[in-house]
Ligand binder design. Structure first.
Ligand code: AMP
Length: 140
């Protein structure tokens, strides 16, 4: 299994296609999922290439998890959430569709259900939700 440098998240990292970024540090980026399954649905990726958790280095995992934790805390504040769900898929059999390591971070509320996957979100709503996350990050 090799890394395809033309996968969609590699293109996002190179700014070849747009994304709604909410956070970035030296080693990772967090941006809004365009098919959100909750108002707070963020993807966290390493800046360096790897397909998924199976070929990631411990440094890549550490960098991503640090940002996953930060984003989880921001989502709790931004959406008044009651909890956080993480999703992470590895290879086709594991449900992976984009082959650059990513973690889904989802804000959850008591008794809620995740929306259906694969449904394009409303761009204006996603932008609004991104603004809430950015504001929450500044207050952490
Ligand atoms: P998976 O590999 O199964 O985790 O699925 C890939 C995820 O990436 C899905 O939740 C898609 O909605 C999301 N996605 C695909 N293309 C983009 C994009 N251009 N910007 C943001 N999210 C995307």
């Amino acid at each position: 299994m090799t890394y395809d440098p033309d996968n969609i998240f590699a293109k996002i990292l190179r700014n070849e296609i747009p994304s709604i970024r909410v956070y970035e540090d030296a080693d990772s980026v967090a941006f809004m999922d365009i098919m959100p399954r909750a108002d707070g649905h963020v993807l966290v990726i390493p800046k360096t290439p790897c397909r998924n958790m199976l070929d990631a280095t411990t440094e890549q995992m550490a960098a991503v998890m640090k940002t996953v934790q930060l984003m989880s805390r921001a989502l709790m504040v931004a959406f008044g959430a009651d909890g956080i769900t993480l999703q992470q898929f590895n290879e086709e059999a594991g449900g992976q569709e984009v082959y650059h390591l990513h973690f889904h971070v989802l804000a959850r509320h008591d008794g809620d259900h995740l929306g259906a996957p694969g449904k394009m979100g409303d761009q204006a709503k996603i932008q609004q939700n991104a603004n809430k996350i950015r504001a929450a990050l500044t207050a952490l």
